[in-house]
Design a binder for this molecule. Structure first.
Ligand code: URA
Ligand code: SF4
Length: 209
């Protein structure tokens, strides 16, 4: 796969980046999905949140974090005293990787591979250059890998401020992916897991202020 570079315009305008992303064929993921899901939020954000990839709902609507994981994230942001309108929200991979169940039409999420993360990285670089956030929150291992450029273990690396992990990134905080939390909803320990996500977000908010 060629990677996204040849589709990424040299610009610091998020509008121009977003428009151009609709044409991207930097990897094969554009073929089976409805549309690119670029980002939401303001170029003036001090906090940038990076997820994994769009899910089924995001693929249909074109907006990041509007499905079940997004609702959980909204709740955690709220509890952390962060307004969604004040953050820049994006994904490591901009198209929905999935397969369709043989019988029926349910679309099942597949994790993006390292090759997809690498192919899509030029978009993330352009977003980092345009937004210049003070803190990047990596929601899960895929986001961590994309932002830090190395394998990341969420359990051991989460929750503290990592100084200058990249040229356009003054600091980063790793935390869990909201979808991983969703899968444990109702289990013993759910409240603690949710609170730990909120704590990580508070750490990021304080580091960004
Ligand atoms: N999960 C993500 O990582 N990103 C989204 O946009 C939605 C769900
Ligand atoms: Fe381009 Fe990223 Fe979509 Fe692949 S996933 S086609 S690199 S925008």
């Amino acid at each position: 796969q060629p990677g996204a570079a040849e589709w990424v315009p040299r610009t610091l305008s998020l509008t121009r980046l977003r428009d151009a992303a609709h044409d991207c064929e930097g990897c094969e993921l554009w073929r089976d999905s409805t549309q690119v899901v670029f980002s939401a939020g303001t170029a003036r954000a001090r906090l940038m949140l990076v997820g994994e990839q769009p899910g089924d709902r995001e693929d249909r609507t074109g907006e990041p974090f509007v499905g079940p994981a997004g609702r959980l994230l909204d709740g955690a942001l709220d509890a952390a005293g962060i307004r969604r309108a004040d953050v820049y929200l994006t994904n490591a991979v901009k198209h929905f990787r999935h397969h369709t169940e043989e019988r029926g039409k349910r679309r099942i999420h597949d994790n993006p591979s390292v090759a997809h993360i690498v192919a899509c990285h030029p978009w993330l670089e352009a977003e980092l250059a345009a937004v210049r956030p003070r803190v990047v929150v990596c929601l899960g291992a895929t986001a961590g890998r994309a932002v830090l450029g190395r394998p990341v273990r969420v359990t051991t690396e989460r929750g503290h401020v990592i100084a200058q992990p990249g040229p356009d990134i003054p600091s980063a905080v790793i935390t869990v992916h909201p979808s991983a939390l969703l899968r444990t909803r109702g289990d013993a320990g759910w409240d603690e897991s949710f609170d730990a996500l909120v704590r990580d977000l508070v750490t990021a908010r304080e580091a960004a202020s």
